[in-house]
Design a protein around this ligand. Structure first.
Ligand code: PMP
Length: 372
């Protein structure tokens, strides 16, 4: 037996994935973290063409210039971020971008402020880099939105970074503009980094998304194509940051990945340049499902916030056996505590499943658990 490195021992494999492996294949899966839509036809076509053209060689480390130009335009137009193609790195999903941030900037004794609950990979990436986690509670009374006042209280001389994720996985919360701006100001005043994971930015209902990079230079903005264009398996994302930050990030990317997949980069160019009607349709559909699931859960007595983004709801369900009972009855969900201690007493349900299936799943919960 070869001993693993100490840093590897500090983390564990995802419990969520393990759970999917053991459950009934006929169950309705509300545990999913990816859109249930297909990649739009124009994007598929662009990728097929790229292969037929034998465009299958290495690209520049930062990614194709045409793609970085499109990303630059997108940042300007949609996020009010002034960047340029030299300060953009195309990555293997937002996941790689996140890992790069941790490796490039976090080390022993560094404290990272982490919303609790939040996406599982954050904790793992911080720990692998040797950093220490300082949780900041996202309270149900604030609809799980991270508040600048709660962040401010946790800042000390060892604070090196904060991770923001709006809209949020696992709660669907969309942060308020004032809090994003206030945290951006705190990052400048206290010289810490903001790692802003904006992967769900387009999956948002009746609310505007704001990027902290609009107000602070200490920000790495992460995004990707997985959620907006249902391109999860194509593993393609990107980041932007100031020149000096980008140079350090590129070191990690260059020696680890070299460049993101050519085919996916060609698909990403088409995703940004082509029509956006499929995104609109998908978001409308998600909104209908959100209305359905929030309505049904509240009717059943499970207090649920009307989440403003992403495709998750985070009902208050204090029965510790709920997740296993629900799986047995035929509905897969994820315990909230998997996303941090403050998720205890909640369950994450994803509505990246058809309207009909969500309806069926709610009927099952009502008949087999609530009215039992
Ligand atoms: N951030 C969040 C909050 C996510 O939920 C996910 C995917 N579940 C990712 C990042 C990773 O995205 P990608 O597929 O681009 O690596």
């Amino acid at each position: 037996m070869i001993n693993p490195a100490t840093r590897t021992k500090t983390i564990e494999l995802s419990q969520i994935r393990k759970m999917f492996e053991v459950t009934n294949p006929n169950a309705i899966n509300l545990g999913i973290g990816e859109p249930d839509f297909d990649v739009p036809e124009n994007i598929k076509k662009a990728m097929i063409e790229s292969i037929n053209e034998n465009d299958t060689h290495y690209t520049p480390n930062k990614g194709y210039i045409e793609l970085r130009e499109e990303i630059t335009k997108k940042f300007k137009k949609e996020n009010d971020i002034n960047t340029n193609p030299e300060n953009i790195i195309v990555t293997v999903g937002a996941s790689e971008a996140l890992y790069m941030c941790a490796q490039a900037f976090i080390e022993k004794e560094d404290e990272v402020l982490l919303p609790n609950p939040s996406f599982l990979s954050y904790e793992a990436c911080i720990k692998l880099a040797g950093g220490k986690i300082t949780p900041v509670e996202c309270k149900m009374e604030n609809e799980f939105k991270l508040k600048a006042d709660d962040v401010s209280e946790k800042i000390n001389k060892n604070t090196k970074a904060i991770i923001l994720n709006s809209p949020s996985n696992p709660t669907g919360a969309v942060m308020d503009k004032e809090d994003i701006k206030a945290i951006a100001d705190l990052s400048t005043d206290n010289n810490f980094l903001i790692i802003s994971d904006e992967i769900y930015e387009k999956i948002i209902y009746d609310k505007k998304h704001y990027s902290p990079a609009k107000w602070s230079d200490n920000v790495v903005t992460l995004n990707g194509f997985s959620k907006t264009y249902a391109m999860t398996g194509l593993r393609i994302g990107y980041l932007t940051a100031d020149e000096n930050l980008c140079e350090e990030l590129l070191k990690i990317h260059q020696y680890n990945i070299a460049c993101a997949t050519t085919t996916s980069q060609r698909g990403a160019i088409e995703a940004l340049k082509g029509p956006q009607d499929t995104v609109k349709k998908m978001v409308n559909e998600f909104k209908n499902r959100r209305d359905l699931i929030v309505g049904r859960l509240n009717e059943m007595g499970y207090e649920t916030v009307n989440a403003e983004g992403a495709f998750y709801v985070f009902p208050k369900i204090e029965d510790e056996d709920f997740v296993s009972k629900s799986a047995k009855a035929g509905v897969i969900t994820v315990p909230g505590v998997a996303f941090g201690s403050n998720g205890k007493g909640h369950v994450r349900m994803s509505y990246a499943n058809s309207y009909e299936n969500i309806k069926k799943a709610m009927d099952i919960l009502e008949e087999r658990i609530v009215n039992e």
